[in-house]
Design a protein around this ligand. Sequence first.
Ligand SMILES: Cc1cc2nc3c(=O)[nH]c(=O)nc-3n(C[C@H](O)[C@H](O)[C@H](O)COP(=O)(O)O)c2cc1C
Length: 278
Amino acid sequence: MESDPGTLIHQRFGLDLPLDMPAEMGARLGPWLGRSVCREYRSEPVSGELLSALLACAQSAPSKSDLQQYAIIVVEDAAARASIAGWLPSMPWIAEAPLFLVFCGDIRRNQRICDLRGRSHANNNQDSFLNAAMDATLAMSAFMQAAGAAGLGTCPISHVRNHLPQMRDLLALPPGVFPVAGLCAGIPARREPLSMRLPPSLVVHRDRYDDAGLEADLAAYDARRHAAQPIPPEKQKNAHHYGTAEMCTWSDQVSRQLSLPERENLREFLRGHGFDLE
Ligand SMILES: Cc1cc2nc3c(=O)[nH]c(=O)nc-3n(C[C@H](O)[C@H](O)[C@H](O)COP(=O)(O)O)c2cc1C
């Protein structure tokens, strides 16, 4: 795998961004710049010792107010895994990955703790929901980074949220615990090519938000990305609605996806599952 940070940055952005970094720092940051998801795994299992270490790394992530409002379900049961894979047949990596975990937001544990301490829990609200989702995300991110450092590949799976009632029943998720994302992990057979990112000019703002350059910078990004990584017809989103395009740019793909509603049932599911989001 490429490890020179300058080359990686060029591949990541399709731009020659200035990079003034001592070689030692470049060597440390290379794995971050060069990461990509993994959707093809070797069949070798991940040892229980390594899994325990990675879970410890996940639990070492920061957590809002140290409230630790998340839970991790390691899906070990073959039939349960087959069910999840069966609900998402377009993603065979869910069945093939040696490991599959589900990272959940969890406000239930602290509700029970308040109860045990004889106090009422007065924070079942949108802020707690967001904090729980962030805690789960940070734990998943720490797991992914640790797995990467240990030579594993990973792929988050938000599509577990396409089947919320089924996931709830399969994993016995009680009220107050909801799936944020699944995660495949294992020794990579192949990693996805580096995916080109938006230029920093569209993402990083100095002192105040300023998107005056959106149209020009986006057009340039679309052109760069299409030249390097064209989106083939079979990967173009919502083709049943929009057909396929010879030149489907990144922004075309974004608007194809976001113009049709997805997962509209989340709020209703959460309402019926112990979350007060009013
Ligand atoms: C929260 C989250 C959910 C994702 N869900 C899925 C998923 O359901 N299936 C999948 O194959 N990839 C999924 N991905 C992976 C993204 O598609 C991937 O990160 C993105 O295309 C950029 O590629 P890269 O990570 O290799 O740079 C998810 C990523 C994130 C952060």
